[in-house]
Write a protein that binds this ligand. Structure first.
Ligand code: KIV
Length: 253
C-alpha cells in the first residue's frame, strides 16, 4: 500500500509512532520499503555519509537529484522525502524551482531547514502544490556545530513559535533535531502535523535515524543513536575473506 500524507498523519492521530530512515541508494530504499518503513528521507546527510564530503553544505542539487532518483526506483510504498540542499531554498523562486526538480525525480515531499524565517518560502511552496517537511532545532546547513537547541527559555519559545508558524504556513511534517525531550513533546502536542524526532527523545510522533548510524556503518557513535547492526564489521570480514580466498586460489573454485 502506498503510504501518503493522510496515512502518515493518521498515525499521529492514532498515537502510533511513524518510522523514517535516510536512504541514498536503490538497494537500501528497496529494503526499507520491504521492511514497512513509513518514510524514506534522501537527506543531505548523503554528503558526509555516502559521498565522503566533509560538510552537508558541500552537497549540490545535482547530488540530491541523482540520489533521489536512485532511491525512488527502490521505494514503492514509503513516503519519499528529499532534502533541499544548502543554498537551494534561499528565495521563494529558487526553493520552488529546486523543489520541482526533486519532485520530478520522484520525491513526494521536500524538506527544508530553517526556523520561522522560512515560513514565507514554505507557504509559497505549498501554494504551488509542493508537500513540505520543515526541519527545526539543529540545522546542519545553518549552524556551525552540532548542539542541543531550546535549552534556555528564549530559544525554547523561539522553537515553539517556529513550529507553529511553519505549520500555519502549510508544512505537513516537521523534523525536530536535537531538541530537549520535554520541549519536543510539548511541540508535538501543540501541533496537528506530525513531528519526527532525531536526538529529541521519545515524545515525538515519529523517529528518524541516518542509515549509516543505524546499521553501524559509521565509525562514530553519536549519543542519540542505537546501532541495530554492525555492518562495518560484517563488510570488513567479508572483504578480508574474499581477499584470502582469491589469493589462495580457493575462489573461484
Ligand atoms: O539529512 C539528514 O539526514 C537529515 C536528518 C538528520 C533528519 O536531515
Amino acid at each position: 500500500m502506498k503510504k501518503d500524507l493522510k496515512y502518515i498523519t493518521e498515525k499521529k492521530l492514532a498515537d502510533f509512532p511513524i518510522t523514517m530512515i535516510t536512504a541514498y541508494d536503490f538497494p537500501s530504499g528497496q529494503a526499507m520499503d520491504e521492511a514497512g518503513i513509513d518514510c524514506v528521507l534522501v537527506g543531505d546527510s548523503v554528503g558526509t555519509n555516502y559521498l565522503g564530503l566533509s560538510n552537508e553544505r558541500e552537497v549540490t542539487i545535482a547530488d540530491m537529484l541523482h540520489h533521489t532518483s536512485a532511491v525512488r526506483r527502490g521505494v514503492r510504498n514509503a513516503f519519499l522525502i528529499a532534502d533541499l540542499p544548502f543554498g537551494c531554498a534561499d528565495t521563494v523562486e529558487s526553493a520552488l524551482a529546486n523543489s520541482r526538480f526533486l519532485i520530478e525525480k520522484g520525491a513526494d515531499c521536500v524538506k527544508i531547514e530553517g526556523w520561522s524565517e522560512k515560513a514565507e518560502i514554505v507557504n509559497n511552496l505549498v501554494n504551488n502544490g509542493c508537500v513540505v517537511c520543515a526541519h527545526i532545532g539543529y540545522n546542519p546547513q545553518i549552524h556551525n556545530k552540532p548542539a542541543v537547541f531550546g535549552k534556555d527559555k528564549d530559544q525554547a519559545e523561539d522553537l515553539l513559535n517556529s513550529a507553529s508558524v511553519l505549520a500555519e504556513a502549510g508544512a505537513s511534517l516537521i523534523v525536530l533535531e536535537k531538541v530537549p525531550a520535554e520541549l519536543a513533546e510539548k511541540i508535538s502536542n501543540n501541533l496537528k502535523i506530525p513531528t519526527i524526532g532525531i536526538g529529541s527523545g521519545n515524545g515525538c510522533d515519529g523517529q528518524v535515524l541516518v542509515i549509516n548510524d543505524l546499521l553501524g556503518l559509521s565509525p562514530k557513535l553519536f549519543k542519540h543513536v542505537r546501532r541495530f547492526a554492525n555492518l562495518r564489521q560484517t563488510m570488513l570480514e567479508a572483504f578480508k575473506e574474499y581477499k584470502r580466498a582469491v589469493e589462495n586460489r580457493e575462489f573461484p573454485a
